[in-house]
Design a protein around this ligand. Structure first.
Ligand code: SF4
Length: 452
């Protein structure tokens, strides 16, 4: 059987989609290639959120087509994901070496289409049609790679988004919100836990909108809170996370869930995008600065140790210095533990791309740097406060930057690196923090206290 290599651009949803496609192909007998040089199929899972991500994927495919095709003309080349969805056949017109273009509702068709191509039944396939029920097709997992057990897993609970933020291409590439059933999701979570997974992250473009068309509110609880409760029933599961919520959907029922459900860890990534009400309105975000501050206050009341992270956009069309200063002041007021800053990038067919007062790149760069300085300064002091304290981590495996050491994550989503051993993988441990680095904590192995 052929081997496949998938390169992924973009967000955790894309990582999860790639994993599911790889797992489906492995189940059909494919092997996973280490890189493009030894693969019979090369798939690029693409991102459209920023122009740079699209350009990178296009340049990569051009390069692969030139390098790989020259020596191995039978290699199959494909695009999948968001850019495949938004550009469709245009990609083959631009890059005729490409054999397969697979949209965001068609990941589960990859194996059949590759069979068709290898069998010579078809030679160019573009499929970007909507498909009912495709949200339930991102299901298979690649656990326990290289013989090592997987401690954490992502579970896709929904696809699409109906919020239509004016800067965002996702509603056009991922389609309308479509949610899986609670039963289906819980079954997948139970299977994962039975295979050794101890932490599950519920995943979707806008998880707080989960099931809002299909599942009624019950006892004042949104469908998303009902889903968390159902997953929380799984006894051997240690931790539940989710990403990404929308501030609009962060009701009291969700804040209260943190108080009632101990497996729901004290970590919240809540994209704010701007501290200026004027910008939030232009972005069509659907909340105000005050409402956002209220959510954070409530979460910290319920769980004082809550780790809070966010996303910001700087240089949105029409953003004045005063608007930007409100973003800086919001960052200082909230004291985020981590924040991802994006320089506004116009996306075709989105309303913001046609707005007046597009800002020059130099202003975006300058605001990006100023906000980054504030975020880094706040994070450094918040990380420093952990030094000398004992905290619980779930050990995930070797540190990515330093594979000789082990890495775990606190409940509030901070990475802790320590001198552990493979036998610690999957264990909950109490670690004394001895040092704080840039967005990383270091624990002392001499004072490890195993919890099991
Ligand atoms: S909530 Fe807004 S930013 Fe998030 S995916 Fe939906 S449209 Fe995009």
């Amino acid at each position: 059987m052929p081997s496949v290599y998938i390169k992924t651009y973009g967000c955790q949803m894309n990582e999860r989609d790639s994993e599911a496609v790889a797992a489906q192909l492995v189940a059909k007998g494919y092997s996973l290639a280490r890189g493009e040089s030894d693969a019979d199929v090369i798939l690029l899972n693409t991102c459209s959120v920023r122009d740079l991500a699209e350009q990178k994927a296009l340049a990569k495919m051009e390069n692969v087509a030139a390098e790989v095709r020259r020596s191995r003309p039978n290699v199959v080349l494909g695009f999948m994901g968001c850019m495949a969805q938004s550009r469709g056949r245009e990609l083959i017109d631009k890059l005729p070496d490409v054999d397969l273009v697979l949209g965001t509702q068609k990941f589960h068709r990859a194996a059949d289409y590759l069979d068709d191509i290898f069998a010579g039944r078809r030679n160019k396939i573009v499929d970007t049609e909507a498909e009912t029920g495709s949200e339930g097709a991102i299901r298979e997992h690649l656990l326990n790679g290289n013989g090592q057990k997987s401690v954490t897993a992502f579970v896709s609970i929904m696809q699409g988004c109906n919020q239509y933020c004016t800067f965002c291409i996702v509603p056009y590439t991922r389609g309308e919100e479509r949610s899986r059933s609670i039963t289906d999701i819980v079954t997948e979570c139970r299977e994962l836990v039975a295979r050794g997974v101890r932490e599950i992250t519920l995943l979707g473009q806008i998880v707080t909108s989960y099931g809002r068309r299909e599942i009624p509110i019950r006892d004042g609880k949104s469908p998303f809170v009902q889903l968390i409760e159902a997953v929380h029933e799984i006894d051997a599961l240690e931790r539940i996370r989710f990403t990404s919520p929308h501030p609009k959907g962060y009701g009291d029922d969700l804040a209260d869930a943190y108080a009632r459900l101990p497996r729901l860890v004290e970590s919240a990534h809540i994209p704010v995008q701007s501290g200026s009400d004027r910008m939030l309105k232009l972005m069509h975000r659907g909340y105000t600065r005050e409402r956002y501050l209220g959510i954070i206050r409530k979460l910290r009341e319920v769980r004082p140790a809550m780790g809070i992270s966010t996303d910001f956009i700087v240089g949105f069309p029409g953003e004045t210095e005063e608007d930007f200063e409100q973003t800086l002041s919001l960052a200082r007021e909230i004291q985020f533990d981590q924040a991802y800053i994006f320089k506004y990038s116009p996306r075709r067919d989105t309303p913001a791309a046609a707005m007046p007062d597009q800002l020059p790149q130099e202003i975006k760069e300058e605001r990006n740097q100023r906000l980054l300085n504030v975020i880094n300064e706040i994070a450094a002091s918040r990380y420093q406060k952990f030094v000398g304290r004992q905290t619980q981590i779930l050990v995930e495996g070797p540190s990515r930057k330093n594979p000789a050491r082990m890495m775990g994550r606190t409940r509030c989503n901070r990475i802790v690196v320590f001198d552990g051993a493979e036998r610690h993988r999957g264990q909950l441990m109490d670690v004394a923090i001895t040092r704080a680095g840039s967005f990383t904590l270091y624990g002392d192995p001499a004072i490890l206290n195993l919890s099991e």
